[in-house]
Write a protein that binds this ligand. Structure first.
Ligand code: PMP
Ligand code: GLU
Length: 403
């Protein structure tokens, strides 16, 4: 038999969706390379540089010989710093045996799904969800069970919805708060109610993705669902350095998990990628233990940009804008534009809407359908105020052409 380009590839990869966030940011780069003046608000990546003291710590580590393989679950210096951080910021008690450091929180979530799911196991995912959740769950043979909340519910699912979705096959509940893509933040009461629903079901574990912990505009600050007694021993808390410390390219994330789960993740990682980069880890350990002032400063800047973006977007007729309390995304409902046309292209869904903005306004944003929320789009405001003003002005002009 002659191999075709598809027959050499596995069903696993052929059936997998490409990451829409990465795809859109690449499309923006490609258009830019062709000479177009494209503004990309598609990628969830802080525009700030990594704080200088963190870079210095990594450079020092490099010079001190942190250039070798590391223990698979992470350097002891970093795992101890993570335990200190979990206790200090989240009230979570862990020892280094509970911690596994990976090449980003994305790998942490992949490790967990690969280590915990058997074919057919159900994973309750709060929708809108981050693009990679459903893809990773499916890759691991699991079945994503989406529980959806729309803009009217501030994109937050209720404890009752979670209760209704639980079956004998439910293995995991997976969500992020602050949430990517909506920016919604679950309050202590909301998390407590969800924890109480899950608590009696001993076959269910929670994966709490807290990577946006430090980008939170609520006075009460961040609450970890793993602090509630009924689910404490069955919660895996995922976090990383990409967002709060502007370290996306360092590729560093981690979990705090029950020891048997941490060990399983390390076993898997030991066969797939080994321990994370040595000097990145030393930079990470320093980031966690040093003064968090630069992180708080970035949080303030994001909050200011959020107010700017909301003010400008709300002026656009037909756009229903949510009010995020964290992360650096806004997730407007744009279903009122469906059926409209500029004479060339008709907008029938959120994919069309985003394509129209890219081609007409040269602004890249991500379609809601990738996040399990058709009818919406995600705009990342991790960009300068001038860039945001220009981008939204272009969006407004493009949308005025629709009738
Ligand atoms: N979880 C969420 C909710 C995210 O938005 C991202 C994207 N950065 C990740 C996990 C993965 O983060 P990392 O860059 O550390 O792999
Ligand atoms: N998490 C970011 C986003 O949602 C980075 C890209 C990715 O890993 O998906 O845009």
């Amino acid at each position: 038999m002659i191999a075709t380009s598809n027959s050499v590839l596995s069903d696993r990869v052929l059936n997998m969706e490409e990451s829409a966030t990465l795809k859109m940011s690449q499309m923006a780069r490609d258009l830019r390379a062709k000479g177009h003046d494209v503004i990309s608000l598609s990628l969830g990546e802080p525009d700030f540089d990594t704080p200088r003291h963190i870079k210095r710590a990594a450079k020092k580590a490099l010079d001190a010989g942190y250039t070798k393989y590391t223990p698979v679950p992470g350097l002891m210096e970093l795992r101890e710093a993570i335990c200190t951080k979990f206790k200090r910021d989240n009230g979570l008690e862990f020892t280094p045996n509970n911690i596994v450091v990976s090449n980003g929180a994305k790998q942490s979530i992949n490790n967990l799904c690969m280590a915990m799911l058997n074919p057919g196991d159900e994973v309750i995912i709060f929708a809108p969800y981050w693009v990679s959740y459903s893809a990773i769950v499916k890759l691991a043979g699991g079945v994503p069970v989406e529980v959806f909340a729309g803009i009217k519910e501030d994109y937050k699912v209720s404890a009752q919805q979670v209760a209704d979705a639980i079956t004998d096959r439910t293995k995991l509940v997976l969500f992020s708060s602050p949430c990517n893509p909506t920016g919604s933040v679950y309050t202590e009461e909301e998390l407590k109610a969800i924890a109480e629903v899950i608590a009696p079901h001993e076959h269910i574990h929670i994966i709490a993705d807290e990577i946006y912990e430090f980008i939170n505009f609520l006075d009460g600050g961040h609450v970890s669902i793993g602090t509630f007694p009924g689910v404490k021993d069955r919660t895996i808390t995922v976090n990383g350095f990409a967002k709060g410390f502007a370290m996306t390219g360092w590729r560093l994330g981690y979990i705090g998990a029950p020891v048997h789960i941490a060990k399983a993740c390390a076993k898997l990682q030991g066969q797939c990628t080994s321990g994370a980069n040595a000097f990145s880890q030393m930079g990470g350990a320093h980031a966690l233990l040093a003064d968090l002032k630069p992180t708080h400063k970035m949080n303030k800047a994001f909050n200011k940009r959020k107010r700017l973006v909301l003010r400008l977007l709300k002026k656009i007729k037909g756009m229903n804008v949510n009010k995020p309390d964290g992360a650096f995304y806004v997730f407007p409902d744009i279903s009122k534009f469906f059926g409209k046309t500029d004479g060339n292209m008709t907008i029938n869904n959120s994919d069309d809407f985003c394509e129209y903005l890219l081609n007409t306004a040269h602004v890249a944003v991500v379609t809601g359908s990738a996040f399990g929320a058709e009818g919406c789009f995600r705009l990342s405001y991790a960009a300068s105020e001038d860039t945001l003003k220009e981008a939204i002005s272009r969006i407004a002009t493009a949308l005025e052409k629709l009738h």
